[in-house]
Ligand binder design. Structure first.
Ligand code: ACM
Length: 784
């Protein structure tokens, strides 16, 4: 198949100087953008006759050459003959990997491709490896698929590239505690990291919901700590993490997993082959529910504790008052440091709840004996002792920015996540820092429109924020700025239960972070990046990976306007053409082109998408807006709405201001406890259905109503029951989503409707805000 193709391609290529491009020669699109890139004329076609020449120390270059061959084999079905002598340097129709004497930077490389062949040069194997990652992005996008495509010619456009990274620390963090990802998935993570030239894999191995690494001296860490009661859901519309029941005596803990020490060594070696250093994180002294479930003797109270099933835990800390705790830390970290050869160990240190320390005599004695000021001082004492254990092995300790509280350990490296402040303060104090501020670097946060994204994230971190984040703050001097080692994208996995969700939240924001960490500031270009992303999307398509086009998708913004709903359409990426339909058909370039806001006078489904230069770049966004019979009616409240969350007052439930899946949306009106209100129509109106959309945000006591009853009145005085919906199970289910409750009844002409909604009261034991009455958040009472 291939052999038949090649002459044909050459014919096309020969004609190519003047003729149109061959179909599969694509625009050069590399992420991260190289420091210097010049595109030239013509193409090189790799075939089975192409030689792979290696120049320089064979033991260094050969493994990199083999990596390239493996990739070619995987995507194209053939490998190249490797020529290990200097002859490779001279040959035509060759790819040459040349280890030079250049020591301009460990990770730098040059790549030159012409019609004769390709040369990749670097002073290090790592530089050559990065040259190969760039080379892979010069290949036709369809060749990113691992379904061998022998009939697709491997055509490489002519380029000259000189490249080197801006920062030495370009990281990705994966939380495998909240959801466990097995060894093979972790290898796939390392593969995509390598393709983005990321070089630090931060592995969050221990948290409240699971301990994930075998420790031979403490077997219960994995026998007990790696398993929890399974309340996982795969339904992306229901986010139940923050509302799961806790494990009770007798419950079976069946969800989890862990890596054996052999697994860890295998993964560390796999990473090393990709020039990725692995940074293990064992979170302490907080976030340790799974740890103290296994070894309650290192807690203040002695337990018993259960591995958390989800949510946020408070009584989840190591006890810094007891010596046995430090013995545990020393032994556990000793085994961890044996497994992970890199210079850095991350010990967490974030969000440590100190309530149990306040109530514990040994903690208080420690504070007194050591002359510490308070529990912050005790935390600092703990972290400083842990640092000694880490430093004694010649390693550096990293902690989240909370380790600044009570005084930083002398040699600590700080990972700044609660904004930039901690990172800036640490750099000023002469400590190295890694910047991961959540607004720019947290891949678990929502990346698009509240109602058009899978219900996986909360808060926001948008693609442009990730791309444009200034890693070294202007407020630092040049000298202080040198302490900024780099940047990292963090994926916490509370809502990420499978591979597809992992990639959806990581792509494309991780490309933005990778480019931010690699590319010189003056070479960064947001517009160009969004353009180059299209090629990455094709590569992800070829691999069958799920990814987010959120920055290109149309945001359907809406506002009630009395008798109509005003619609505005926009995209995060600027300059796209938006097309939409109002008749339920799929939008295309022949649909309505969006020019300006418009009003909907009747119930309508909008479907919209975006195009750039005539090519569709967004998915289809779809929303339906009811323009309904109660719009503009009078509402008489028998139970008052909250002044804190009034949605603008009396008309809020009939103004067609529909609220988003976001408790901060001003269109939600809140009633504490039960609801009773009347909707009074201007004229007698025929009605047959009422829909009430409520927010479920149980972490803050906002539950769905248990029942919704609708009554009708012909005269506005005497009411008769028309219908009722009861939803005991749904109203007692915890989570974070929007739910519409419909009450249907026989068509009837009325002057007024009465709506009663019963709150959950009291909220049951084991639920968020147990014991109090729930709040009901409503945006609209839609009447048909
Ligand atoms: C963190 O997000 N708690 C570091």
């Amino acid at each position: 198949m291939l052999k038949k193709w090649i002459p044909l391609v050459y014919v096309v290529l020969l004609a190519c100087q003047t003729a149109p491009k061959v179909e599969n020669v694509e625009e050069v699109s590399i992420i991260p953008q190289p420091s210097s890139l010049k595109t030239g004329e013509g193409y090189f076609v790799i075939d089975e006759g192409t030689k792979l020449g290696i120049v320089g120390n064979e033991s260094v270059v050969l493994p990199v050459a083999k990596h390239l061959n493996q990739y070619l084999q995987a995507v194209s079905g053939f490998e190249l003959d490797i020529a290990t002598s200097d002859k490779g340097k001279e040959a035509n129709n060759s790819i040459v990997l040349e280890l030079t004497g250049d020591n301009s930077g460990e990770e730098s490389y040059q790549l030159e491709s012409s019609t004769n062949g390709i040369r990749i040069q670097s002073g290090t194997a790592q530089g050559l490896f990065y040259g190969i990652q760039t080379f892979k992005q010069l290949m036709p996008t369809k060749l990113s698929s691992f379904n061998q495509q022998a009939d697709l010619p491997v055509v490489i456009p002519s380029v000259e590239i000189e490249d080197q990274p801006r920062f030495g620390w370009r990281g990705y963090m994966l939380d495998v505690s909240r959801h466990f990802f097995g060894k093979e998935d972790v290898k796939r993570v390392l593969d995509f990291m390598a393709e983005m030239k990321l070089n630090r894999f931060h592995w969050h191995l221990a948290d409240d919901q699971g301990w994930r690494v075998e420790i031979k001296g403490y077997p219960k860490l994995t026998e007990v700590g790696a398993w929890r009661v399974d309340y996982n859901t795969t339904d992306e519309t229901v986010s139940n993490w923050w509302g799961r029941p806790v494990q009770k005596p007798g419950d079976k803990a069946t969800y989890g997993g862990f890596y054996t020490q052999d697994d860890i060594r295998e993964i560390v070696a796999y990473a090393k082959e990709r020039f990725i250093e692995v940074v293990p994180e064992i979170d302490m002294p907080g976030h340790a529910q799974a740890t103290i479930a296994a070894y309650p003797e290192i807690s203040c109270t002695g337990g018993p504790f259960y591995v958390a099933t989800g949510g946020v835990y408070k009584d989840n800390t190591y006890c810094p008052g007891k010596e046995v705790t430090f013995e545990f830390v020393e032994n556990v970290l000793g085994e961890v440091m044996d497994m992970f050869p890199f210079d850095y160990i991350h010990i967490g240190g974030d969000e440590c709840n100190k309530l149990s320390w306040q109530a514990h005599d040994q903690c208080q004695k420690r504070i007194a004996d050591e002359g510490l000021e308070d529990e912050h001082g005790l935390q600092s004492y703990f972290i400083k002792r842990v640092e000694k254990i880490v430093n004694a092995r010649g390693k550096n300790m990293i902690g989240w920015d909370e380790i600044l509280e009570g005084g930083l350990a002398p040699n600590a490296t700080v990972m700044s996540w609660r904004g930039e402040t901690g990172g800036i303060a640490s750099a000023r104090a002469g400590h190295d820092v890694i910047m991961t501020p959540s607004k720019y670097c947290y891949l678990d946060l929502k990346q698009g429109h509240d109602d058009l994204e899978p219900n996986l994230g909360y808060s926001y971190s948008f693609l442009k924020d990730a791309y444009e984040y200034k890693i070294v703050s202007d407020s630092l001097t040049a000298e202080e700025g040198k302490h900024v080692l780099g940047v990292q994208g963090n994926l916490w996995t509370e809502s990420i239960s499978d591979w597809g969700k992992l990639t959806y939240m990581s792509f494309p924001r991780l490309y933005a972070i990778a480019e931010n960490g690699w590319t010189l500031e003056q070479s960064k270009d947001w517009e160009g990046f969004t353009h180059r992303l299209q090629a990455q999307f094709k590569r992800l398509d070829a691999k069958g990976e799920r990814y987010a086009t959120s920055a290109f998708n149309v945001w359907i913004e809406h506002e009630g306007g009395g008798k109509s709903v005003d619609i505005t359409l926009r995209t995060e990426v600027e300059g796209l053409d938006i097309y939409y339909t109002l008749d339920g058909t799929e939008p295309s370039i022949n649909s309505n082109k969006y020019e300006k806001s418009f009003a909907l006078g009747k119930t309508t489904t909008i479907k919209a998408t975006s195009f750039r230069r005539g090519k569709q770049v967004g998915n289809v966004s779809e929303m339906t807006f009811p323009v309904h019979k109660a719009a503009g009616a009078k509402v008489v409240y028998h139970t008052a709405y909250s002044s804190r969350k009034s949605a603008g007052g009396e008309q809020a439930l009939v103004d067609m201001n529909y609220a988003k899946l976001n408790s901060g949306d001003a269109a939600w009106q809140a009633i504490d406890g039960d609801v009773e209100l009347d909707i009074v129509f201007e004229n007698t109106t025929e009605v047959e259905k009422l829909e009430l959309t409520a927010l479920r945000m149980t972490i803050s006591g906002t539950y769905l109503p248990e029942t919704v009853e609708v009554y009708g009145s012909e005269d506005g005085q005497a009411f008769k029951k028309l219908g009722e919906t009861t939803q005991l199970e749904a109203s007692h289910t915890q989570g974070r989503n929007k739910v519409t409750t419909a009450v249907s009844f026989d068509k009837v002409a009325v002057k007024a409707l009465k709506v009663k909604a019963k709150s959950v009261n009291p909220i049951p034991e084991g639920h968020h805000r147990a014991g109090s009455a729930s709040r009901i958040f409503m945006d609209e009472l839609v009447v048909y």
